[in-house]
Design a protein around this ligand. Structure first.
Ligand SMILES: C[S@@+](CC[C@H](N)C(=O)[O-])C[C@H]1O[C@@H](n2cnc3c(N)ncnc32)[C@H](O)[C@@H]1O
Length: 245
């Protein structure tokens, strides 16, 4: 995937504002930090059955890890660490690679400690927008659907969790694949029903153009991209960036 596919069209729509609304949705049942340990097993089971994570996101990560040669992997907003554990399994437990799950929700961190032990996973309980990470050298940094909970202007603070030399893989749910257009303005869905847990939650659906602008402002260079369209109405983008030193 790296460097071989790009689908950003020349006639990208710039400055268009789109409001998406589900039909007669209920008020959100949860707010920020909505994924708690009480729904962790349901979430993990959902991930196991999820074609996008299993057939596209994890393979992209395996490839990115191999290409990069990094010996550290950091998942920003790891949830139940499904993506990390699959990456570890499918990369044949490459010797010497350390895995870190960054997660802001305390109850999930406890769940992570219990489910995965400290044998292979370091659990780092913090907000990844809050402060610099420990300077331990470049890493493969993952954000799988965690930017859905980050407001547009706050995207710039992602920089504090990155270091020069990092490879950053971001997967987002975006309409761009469906419309063939890159929308550069914010798309705010008031709420969406999570298909794994059934909870209604507020989210920010970042158009690919918004991410590219926000990340290029702090020196992240796009080196690969892939649009994934599934049989359902979901559309996803997987973007790979380098932070050049
Ligand atoms: C939609 S879930 C995705 C979980 C996992 N990445 C996956 O793909 O299954 C988003 C997770 O990111 C966490 N998260 C969101 N914003 C965060 C932040 N600023 N700092 C740390 N964790 C965050 C949430 O608590 C939640 O567990």
């Amino acid at each position: 995937m790296l460097g071989t596919e790009t689908w950003l069209p020349d006639d990208a729509v710039i400055g268009e504002r789109v409001e998406l609304r589900a039909d007669a949705p209920p008020a959100p049942t949860v707010g920020a930090g909505w994924l708690r340990s009480s729904h962790a097993n349901l979430w993990d089971e959902g991930c196991r059955r999820d074609a996008v994570r299993n057939d596209f996101v994890v393979p992209a990560l395996v490839e990115a890890l191999r290409h990069s040669g990094h010996s550290r992997v950091i998942d920003l907003g790891a949830g139940t660490a499904y993506v990390l554990s699959e990456l570890r399994r499918r990369s044949n437990r490459i010797r010497g690679v350390r895995f870190t799950a960054v997660e802001q929700e305390a109850s999930l961190c406890e769940w992570l400690d219990e489910a995965h032990g400290r044998e292979w996973l370091d659990v780092d309980h913090r907000n990844f927008l809050d402060g610099p990470r420990k300077p331990r050298g470049p890493a493969l940094v993952i954000s799988a659907y965690s930017l859905l909970e980050v407001e547009g202007p706050q995207l710039a603070y992602l920089r504090c969790s990155l270091q020069f030399g990092d490879t950053l893989v971001v997967s987002v749910a975006t309409q761009a694949a469906a419309t063939g257009q890159v929308r550069r303005s914010e798309v705010r869905r008031p709420y969406k029903r999570d298909r794994f847990t059934g909870l209604w939650y507020p989210l920010f659906e970042h158009p690919v153009g918004t991410l590219l602008d926000a990340f290029s402002a702090f020196g992240a260079r796009l080196i690969g991209s892939r649009a994934v369209t599934t049989a359902s109405e979901d559309h996803h983008s997987i973007l790979v960036f380098r932070l050049d030193g």
